[in-house]
Structures are given as structure tokens and as C-alpha cells.
Ligand binder design. Sequence first.
Ligand code: NAP
Length: 290
Amino acid sequence: MSKPRVAVLGLGIMGGGMATRLLSAGFALSVYNRSRERAEKFAQAGAFVAASPREAASRAEIVISMVADDVASRSVWLGEDGALAGAEAGSLFLESSTLSVDWVRELAAVATEKKCEFLDAPVTGTKPHAATGELFFMVGGSSAGFARARDVLSVLGREVVYLGPNGSGALLKLINNFVCGVQAASFAEAMSLIRLSGLDREKSVSVLANSALASPLIKRMLTAMSADDFTPNFPLKLMTKDIGYAIHEGVRFGLPLQTAAPAFEVFKHAVGQGLGDQDFSAVVKSVGKK
Ligand code: NAP
């Protein structure tokens, strides 16, 4: 069977890697990015660079969006030249950005009106996983849509899990990321306490790196700190956004996320210090600083 034509909207850290992966797997690919310069290199690799999400979607049976937040997602799907205006009935839409559940459900309803299939399919994994097909997809939507998406998702991901109706993938992703945010914020405080107390930094870091707290996430932070390299794999401002969306979900269920709230403040403070475009691990540079 021939491969479906695919469009990728958003060619940032994650969308760019996913597009590269799809091209190397032989998919006919159209791409769109708000700032066109970022898309040009994909033309050299064989993709069609569309002038709008609408044009990209009109050339594809499967449309994947990987953009920053709810505002960006609304713009690429429902904006004036948005993907929904260009897509044929029967198209399959995959929204892989980390977004609020409210927005994902609203978008699913609009897609259904257009007789298209919509899945929320956010991911864990970061820049290298996107480029090598090692993402972990959490999928919400109809089981029929999931069956249609499997082939393309299995090229992009090492694991693809179907969770239930629209919004299920989005919600689990927010749960995952608020816990990551809480860990990162507490670790930033821990590093600050080590600094202020005069403990030997190198020895302290070595002890912590070999203790139970050294989750994969904390290990990433330790690597960034030791290299003093905060080039974004996962931008700090996006972690901040995710914690905020998760807090909103807690409120919906009458469960104030009491650990997420101060972590949100720690991350907002870091954004206020101009660290939003650095890797989330740069939060270690912000704690204890006005
Ligand atoms: P990124 O590198 O900052 O890329 C963001 C993308 O969104 C760019 O293509 C950007 O276009 C586009 N965008 C931003 N605002 C827009 C708007 N108003 N209208 C249209 N397009 C807009 O971010 P990323 O790391 O790839 O993350 C993408 C999504 O994946 C986010 O939801 C993030 O939370 C999620 N995610 C990220 C990671 C990670 O490790 N990085 C892991 C899992 C999930 P321009 O190039 O024009 O700015």
C-alpha cells in the first residue's frame, strides 16, 4: 500500500525533527512554519514548503501539528488560512503539541463538523527522540482514528498508547509535565541551597547524582549544569505553559495542585528573568536571584 501524504505544521525543535524523520521514511511531505526561513531547509530535503497551513493541509491526507501552545494551535488550524479550511473531508488530524484539554476538545468538535478525524497525540521525549522516531505518543480520540494513525505514529514513536476519547492524551501529557516541572523547580531550590550554605558543590552534586532523586529529568539538568549549556531541547517557557495548563485541569476536577502552584511561580520568575528561550534546566539559574 502506498504511504499517505502527510503535512507537518510547525517546524520548531520537535516538529522539525518529526518532519525530518518522515522524509527519511519516504513519506511525501508538505510543511508549514510561521516564519518561513525555518522551513527552507526542508525543501532541500524533498518537502513541499507551503505558504499557509491551508495549503499544506490541502496536499495531505494526514495533518500533524507541533506548535507552541493553544494560541499557536488555534492559529494553524482555525486561522484565516488555517488547515481546516484546506483539508478534504475524511482527513486525519493529529495534534501533537502540549495543549489545554479545553482547546483540544473544541478543536475535535470543529474537525468532526468538517467530517474529519481528530486525535490529540502529544508526546514525551525531546529533540533527539523526535528526529530518530523514539517519541512516546499518548493518544485520545476514536479507536477508528487511532487505527488509521498507527502507521505514521509508529514511524515517529517507539511507543504509541491509546488512552480513550479526545482530551485523554492531552490530559495525561499535562499530568506528566507538571510533575516534571515540580521536580525541576525543587531541584533548582536544592542547588541554590547548596550554593548559599557553602556546601562543596562538586561533592554535593556527585552525591545527589547517585541518589534516588536522580531521575532521567534531573540527570538532564545535571548534564546541562555541568556543561553550562542551556541550549533549548525543551524551552523553559513551554514548561511554564504546561504547568499552567495542568493547574487549570486540577481546578476543573476540584483538586488544587498544591505542589504545581509554587513550581509555576518558580518557572514564571525564571521567564521574568529572561530565561524563557533557554532549556527548562536553566531554572537552576533563577532561584535565589531577584
Ligand atoms: P519550539 O521549538 O519553540 O517551536 C514552536 C513552534 O510553534 C514553531 O514552529 C513556532 O513558529 C510555532 N509557533 C509559535 N507561536 C505560533 C503562533 N502564534 N502561530 C503559529 N505558529 C506558532 O517548540 P518545540 O519544543 O518544538 O515544542 C512544540 C510543542 O511540543 C509544544 O507544545 C511543546 O510543549 C511540546 N513538546 C516539546 C518537547 C521538547 O522537548 N521540546 C517535548 C514534548 C512536547 P516560529 O518558528 O515561527 O516561531
